[in-house]
Unconditional design. Sequence first.
Length: 241
Amino acid sequence: MAQNVMQPDLTRLNARYEGDGTGALRVALSGALGQIAMVSSFGADSAVLLHMVAEIDRATPVLFIDTLMLFEETLTYQRDLAERLGLSDLRVIRPSREALFQGDSDNLLHLSDTDSCCDLRKTRPLEQALEGFDGWITGRKRFQSGERAAIDLFEHDSTTGHLKVNPLAGWKAADLAAYMDAHDLPRHPLVAKGYPSIGCAPCTGPVAPGEDPRAGRWRGQDKNECGIHIVDGRVIRRQAS
């Protein structure tokens, strides 16, 4: 983390910007809260927040984690969207060859231990990439249910000490769709094939109408998050129905 930045008053910030995601994003990128990066999966609705960031400051550091198990459609979408929005500080983060050799040399870890696979390919690379930053911007929304249903605009990650900013916390699916239409933003190509939430190819499937938008992630497993969003130091497990 960067040094000599006072811990912000999150209660005040949440009260001030609730219902104003754009305002929350602007203050996050103003420098008042320290050095802030955006982390994007370039997934189903990532274009909304990426466009908002580009409208404020195209030089914002944008961290994209390539787990080396993503859909080819995601990689193509990432390149095309970043160019279209003019993002000038896009950083593609990958797990190191050494870490993969030691932890998943045959690329089969996801079949036996998805938590460890996510930790190896996503959580640890992100933690390293966030060194030197005071916080990061996420695309989480409350309507995605589970532990996300209660997220604030501004949070403190007690595990890493980082500030986490969730400008779209209060947005609905209809808000995202309207924004994309208003700004003529391209959809991720897998959305039209029934993928409202998109992660790594081996662990992501389509979702039936009426299902939770994240139901296709780690389907059939007691798992709800990859591990970069954790509570009290633990990976969030899927809630019992």
